[in-house]
Design a protein around this ligand. Structure first.
Ligand SMILES: NC(=O)c1ccc[n+]([C@@H]2O[C@H](COP(=O)([O-])OP(=O)(O)OC[C@H]3O[C@@H](n4cnc5c(N)ncnc54)[C@H](OP(=O)(O)O)[C@@H]3O)[C@@H](O)[C@H]2O)c1
Length: 228
């Protein structure tokens, strides 16, 4: 059987569990050879062991050197990166007047700066090959405000601004960037949310897989709502 991503490779940040692990499985099912990246080696190893990815690289998405090492290891073992999925993310809850500034900075560093740094690591290669798809997991929180989640929502609104600006830079380059904005998904992160899950990680993964493999080039810069 042939898959829509046969011969392609992908990197999934936050691929150790939740939405990222489901995306890794979906891209693998479509024929890609996938590297999963997160901090917890045991979770990454489990994704590889279960056949959901080909390679596990442990690191922190907010550390530029870790992402340069990720790109180099991925290329050495699997070849140039065709698809990059940003799924690494954290949620820190608290009212603005009570939120520790260190928590605010950490959320922005991981959720937003991490996506910028991971993009920087792979984009030159994609541009040189005139081929690549970048899909970022934003959120319904990129479109509204939620009490006690200002840092998280700011990071996700920022993700949309980042992706839409990058999309303008990518016009005519052969590389596209898109975002998905899911509602509440049944993962470890959702356990911190006051909202009940509407969906399973696989529901989001199928949309990300379609964007990575099949969406028309004209969807560069598009955000896709995923509400179950
Ligand atoms: N669950 C929802 O309802 C929902 C809805 C909309 C959007 N999202 C977004 O979906 C994405 C995935 O979330 P999830 O729900 O799947 O949560 P999750 O189950 O907690 O998974 C988050 C993943 O990100 C990794 N990660 C966290 N900090 C990292 C860091 N500094 N460096 C590298 N990896 C890091 C985690 O691994 P380690 O901790 O081992 O590093 C884990 O693999 C996030 O961007 C989240 O904001 C979630």
């Amino acid at each position: 059987m042939t898959g829509s991503l046969d011969g392609r490779t992908a990197i999934v940040t936050g691929g150790g569990r939740g939405i990222g692990a489901a995306v890794a499985r979906e891209l693998t099912r479509r024929g890609a050879r996938v590297t999963v990246f997160a901090r917890t080696q045991s979770e990454l190893d489990q994704v590889v062991k279960s056949g959901g990815a080909a390679l596990a690289i442990a690191g922190d998405v907010s550390v530029e050197a870790d992402l340069i090492r990720l790109r180099a290891s991925h290329e050495r073992v699997l070849g140039p990166c065709d698809v990059l999925v940003h799924s690494a993310g954290i949620l820190e809850r608290g009212r603005v007047d009570a939120l520790d500034p260190a928590a605010w900075r950490r959320v922005l560093e991981v959720n937003l700066t991490g996506a910028f740094l991971a993009t920087r690591a792979v984009l030159p290669g994609m541009r040189a090959r005139r081929r690549g798809r970048i899909v970022a997991v934003a959120s319904i929180s990129a479109h509204l405000g939620t009490a006690e989640a200002a840092a998280y929502n700011a990071s996700k609104w920022g993700m949309l601004g980042f992706a839409k600006s990058l999309a303008e830079e990518l016009r005519g380059s052969g590389v596209q960037v898109m975002t998905v904005s899911p509602g509440t998904v049944d993962t470890k992160m959702a356990a911190q949310s006051p909202f009940s899950p509407d969906m399973a990680p696989d529901d989001v993964a199928r949309v990300v897989g379609w964007l990575a493999a099949e969406a028309p080039d004209a969807m560069n810069g598009s955000d896709v709502g995923v509400f179950g």
